[in-house]
Design a binder for this molecule. Structure first.
Ligand SMILES: Nc1ccn([C@@H]2O[C@H](COP(=O)(O)OP(=O)(O)OP(=O)(O)O)[C@@H](O)[C@H]2O)c(=O)n1
Ligand SMILES: C/C(=C\CO)CCC[C@H](C)CCC[C@H](C)CCCC(C)C
Length: 301
């Protein structure tokens, strides 16, 4: 497990470096979706003919600076988020279980929301993936007790045991890395999957623990209140994230079809989450996986 996490970090870092050695600056997304493909291609060709080597170098340097700054900002946000909730728990302002679920909800959604601050270069996704990769390493090092970050362990574990970091939280950050590198801002699949894993699955726990008196017939550990909350909140968060990226020009969607498709993804993810298999397959694997497969089937990209 530790070797795998270190390999994933090394791969992400190497890929980011490789991309900057031989990458082309992609056109800003805001020009492509708003212009017909032939006209935008013509503008890009004319634009590239006019670009002198020094201007191109400035473009590469500008993107590198932007991505490095964005990475530092998101990295600080990650530490700040865990530090904040750890303090709220230590001061007994919120209980540990609720704190953990709020970290689960906000970490991934804020990470997803940060993607537009990275540049339009093809290597930007690797800079974005660097933050969850470092957190992956942090979870492994603490999970194996090489170091002891009490704040981290209390914020993300159920019972304060370091080894807990090697399950749910580790799978969670690996999904963040996968969505950033494979789907990025170009596909709704990653956006919907993170909305379901972070928003949907997170709210299911919070609402289920509080209002879940009527249990699901095939799984007495889960309740109708938790599952219905997951379906509705997951759907709303997914649609909101798609609208956010669409408004910024990264994706274009037919909203009537999109609402139907996202409802189907939310239903499938909620059903999978309700199944009695959490002791064998963690929700942070089954929910995003079910969301990715269903999203890819209905959106096609
Ligand atoms: N559909 C759901 C999901 C969760 N719950 C409630 O929330 C608790 C924790 O939910 P679960 O999904 O099992 O959380 P885990 O992922 O196992 O917990 P953690 O995220 O803390 O690892 C359950 O015991 C149950 O009381 C529920 O009632 N209905
Ligand atoms: C408790 C969690 C999962 C168990 O179901 C969440 C673990 C969260 C990680 C320890 C921290 C992840 C941080 C993100 C990679 C980056 C967040 C950046 C944002 C700007 C706050």
């Amino acid at each position: 497990m530790a070797y795998g996490a270190i390999v994933s970090l090394g791969a992400a870092t190497t890929a980011a470096a490789a991309h900057y050695l031989c990458r082309r600056v992609a056109a800003p997304p805001s020009t492509l979706p708003l212009l017909p493909p032939t006209l935008s291609a013509h503008i890009l060709i004319q634009h590239s003919k006019l670009r002198r080597p020094r201007a191109a170098a400035a473009g590469v340097g500008g993107s590198l600076l932007q991505d490095a700054g964005a990475t530092a900002l998101v990295f600080g946000g990650a530490y700040g988020l865990v530090f904040t909730f750890d303090n709220l728990t230590r001061r007994c302002i919120i209980e540990q279980k609720l704190s953990r679920k709020l970290v689960h909800i906000f970490s991934g959604l804020l990470f997803l929301a940060s993607w537009p601050i990275f540049s339009t270069s093809t290597g930007a996704r690797y800079f974005a993936a660097f933050v969850p990769s470092i957190n992956c390493l942090r979870l492994v090092i603490n999970g194996l007790s090489f170091t002891t970050d009490e704040g981290l362990i209390k914020s993300v574990s159920r019972e304060g045991k370091p080894e807990e970091l090697l399950r749910g939280p580790l799978f969670y950050v690996l999904v963040l890395i996968l969505c950033a590198i494979v789907f990025w801002r170009d596909s709704p699949v990653g956006m919907i999957s993170l909305a379901m894993m972070c928003g949907g699955d997170g709210i299911a726990d919070i609402m289920g623990r509080r209002f879940g008196s009527i249990k699901i017939p095939y799984n007495p550990q889960k309740s109708w209140a938790g599952s219905i909350s997951m379906f509705l909140f997951g759907f709303l968060v997914a649609i909101s994230m798609l609208y956010y990226f669409s408004a910024l020009g990264y994706i274009q969607l037919d909203w009537m079809k999109t609402a139907e498709r996202v409802a189907l993804v939310s239903f499938v993810a909620t059903f999978v989450e309700s199944l009695p298999m959490n002791d064998r397959v963690d929700d942070n694997i089954s929910v995003p996986l079910a969301s990715m497969v269903t999203s890819f089937m209905v959106f096609g990209y």
